[in-house]
Design a protein around this ligand. Structure first.
Ligand code: MEV
Length: 305
């Protein structure tokens, strides 16, 4: 080990799952989301602005012209820091709807701050700078979930409000295996709303569905939450952010006994979520039989926070 290998700081960012409210949250509607226990751990050492994520085959350097290099540049500029390298251990896949870019930015910013003892640094402002590279004008929901973990209600005006659950909520996450481009999906919804103003009503209805979901989860009404997942998927499909694979996974989950299923994140690929309290193994088996991966996790538990 040489001097540059010595750990200077460690930081963690949670992966995220949006339960209800993707896309509509961009238009100031409320949303319900959670930080996952899985996420990204960053180790900061002395260096010259390199970023390595072996699990994704990603290597970037400040100023190399790549999106990750640009995001790192903006993040370190915002923190007014230099002379650090970052090695990242990722246990979520990239560009699949689970908030990989926000988790990466939060982990790197926290490691940088830990390395330099700059405890008064504005981590969320630095993360927001990095996120503009991947998401153009993000609502901030991914970064908030990546920072806080646990379950929360989020809106652009009010930020993240934690929701305490008596019992953790078990959800299934299914992966299409097709990466997506969040910025492109958000831009497509904006174009649709401009061409067909009635689409804005779908966005507003998604906000109402999110409010109902926040109420349902607060009283542990999982059946209602499942129905709201189904309604939200229909509205998101109306906004044209679903895909044949996402629809197949949603329908497969329902056929295998899920009480509700929907796409999660920006759509166009990426991931779905399902609630299947009595049929989790059946849903996972159905997804596997159809060629998709999936896993069970729980959100809102104390250890997520
Ligand atoms: C992406 O995880 C969520 C979107 O609503 C975009 C955003 O909120 O910035 C699609």
């Amino acid at each position: 080990m040489n001097a540059t290998d010595i750990d200077l700081g460690i930081g963690f960012g949670h992966g995220k799952v949006i339960l209800i409210g993707e896309h509509s949250v961009v238009y100031d509607q409320p949303a319900l989301a959670a930080g996952l226990r899985a996420g990204i751990r960053a180790r900061a050492t002395r260096g010259d602005g390199r970023l390595r994520v072996p699990a994704w085959g990603l290597e970037a350097k400040r100023g190399d012209g790549s999106p990750a290099g640009l995001a790192l540049d903006r993040l370190l500029d915002a923190l007014d820091l230099r002379d650090l390298d970052f090695d990242l251990q990722a246990d979520i896949p990239s560009r699949c709807g689970l908030g990989s870019s926000a988790a990466m930015a939060v982990a790197v910013a926290r490691a940088a701050v830990a390395a330099t003892g700059r405890n008064n640094a504005d981590v969320s402002a630095a993360v927001a700078q990095a996120e503009t590279v991947f998401h153009k004008s993000p609502s901030g929901i991914d970064s908030a979930a990546a920072m806080h973990g646990g379950l929360g209600a989020f809106s652009k005006q009010q930020g993240w409000r934690p929701i305490a659950l008596r019992q953790p909520l078990k959800i299934l996450i299914g992966l299409t295996g097709t990466p997506h481009d969040t910025g492109a999906q958000v831009a497509a919804v904006a174009r649709l709303c401009a061409r067909a103003p009635v689409a804005r009503r779908l966005v507003e209805t998604l906000g109402e569905v999110a409010l109902a979901a926040i109420d349902a989860v607060g009283v542990g009404d999982i059946d209602s939450l499942g129905r709201l997942f189904d309604i939200a998927h229909g509205l998101l499909a109306g906004l044209r952010v679903s895909s044949p694979a996402l629809d197949a996974m949603v329908h497969g989950a329902r056929a295998a006994g899920a009480i509700g299923a929907k796409l999660t994140g920006a759509g166009g690929g990426g991931a779905v979520i399902a609630l299947a309290p009595s049929h989790a193994a059946d849903v996972l088996a159905r997804w596997r039989a159809d060629g998709f991966d999936g896993f069970e996790t729980h959100v809102g538990a104390a250890q997520n926070a």
